[in-house]
Design a protein around this ligand. Structure first.
Ligand code: NAP
Length: 257
């Protein structure tokens, strides 16, 4: 897959899955805009891309703030001259159990994960419409659309909501040749997930047929596919990247046979 001459914008790209997307798009020839609220980490991603011979730009942008996203879009336009690929990846996943979950907890997760996706698409839509290969790739999750987990009711709501958005957006934007697809990662070993702890990691690995957590690159490769020229006739679709995590009917299915 070649992305020479393409401009890719990735939110939440200072760490984890977004960082891997930025590095992979750059390694495959795209100019990359790294958008995130963590400036030092984002600048380090850009520096690593430059050292590897790629082209990238860091912009401090909060996806939950429409003015911040409009400003970032203007800077991408001024620096790179447009946008072909938009990866709406920024997301947060703090745990909160229903009995103690506050409205503020609920709103904070929806602000970043769901409204943030909407504000990102809105800000970059004019440039995507001008592109010959407009692509929107959403980072949803298995949590919400397929699975559930205690403490993530608000998170699951946002990740399922992203797919509802995707299906209508895919129809609306088809007339501009823009595709809208979503990746549903399983448990991926990122900085964000790291805080959950070693015991959780061991238990999760035991439940995954591949017996390992996903790597950020595993998700980035799916983004490259949806963004490729070859995927031009695929829209409104989902791709699960989880090492088979959602497959077992019960733990019996994972016992030795
Ligand atoms: P991560 O390691 O925590 O990285 C996410 C990045 O987004 C961080 O740099 C974070 O900054 C930034 N960010 C947070 N709020 C933002 C905002 N308002 N605007 C812009 N950037 C913001 O996360 P990840 O694990 O790579 O997850 C990336 C995406 O994949 C999320 O949408 C997540 O829901 C989804 N996902 C992850 C997994 C997994 O197992 N890791 C599984 C399924 C889906 P700070 O660190 O400063 O907050």
């Amino acid at each position: 897959m070649k992305f020479t001459g393409c401009i890719a914008v990735i939110t939440g790209a200072s760490k984890g899955i977004g960082k891997a997307m930025a590095q992979q798009f750059a390694a495959h020839g795209a100019k990359v805009a790294v958008l995130d609220i963590d400036a030092p980490a984002g600048e380090a991603v850009v520096q690593a891309i430059h050292e590897a011979g790629g082209e990238a730009l860091f912009l401090r942008a909060d996806v939950g703030d429409p003015a911040s996203m409009e400003q970032a879009a203007e800077q991408v336009q001024n620096t790179f001259g447009g946008t072909d690929i938009l990866c709406c990846n920024a997301g947060i996943y703090p745990q909160a159990f229903l009995e103690t979950m506050t409205e503020a907890d609920w709103d904070a997760v929806h602000r970043v994960n769901l409204k943030g996706m909407f504000f990102t698409v809105k800000a970059f839509l004019t440039m995507l419409k001008r592109s010959k290969r407009g692509r929107i790739v959403l980072t949803s999750s298995i949590t919400g659309p397929i699975t559930g987990f205690p403490g993530w009711a608000h998170y699951g709501s946002t990740k399922a909501g992203m797919l509802g958005f995707m299906r209508s957006a895919a129809i609306e934007l088809a007339k501009y040749g823009i595709t809208v697809n979503a990746i549903l990662p399983g448990n991926i070993a990122t900085e964000g997930l790291g805080e959950i702890g070693e015991e959780y990691r061991r238990k999760m690995e035991a439940m995954i047929p591949f017996k390992r957590l996903g790597r950020p690159e595993d998700v980035a490769y799916a983004a490259l596919f949806f963004a490729s020229e070859e995927a031009n006739y695929i829209t409104g679709q989902t791709l699960v990247v989880d090492g088979g995590q959602v497959l077992p009917e019960s733990s019996l299915a994972l016992e030795d046979f």
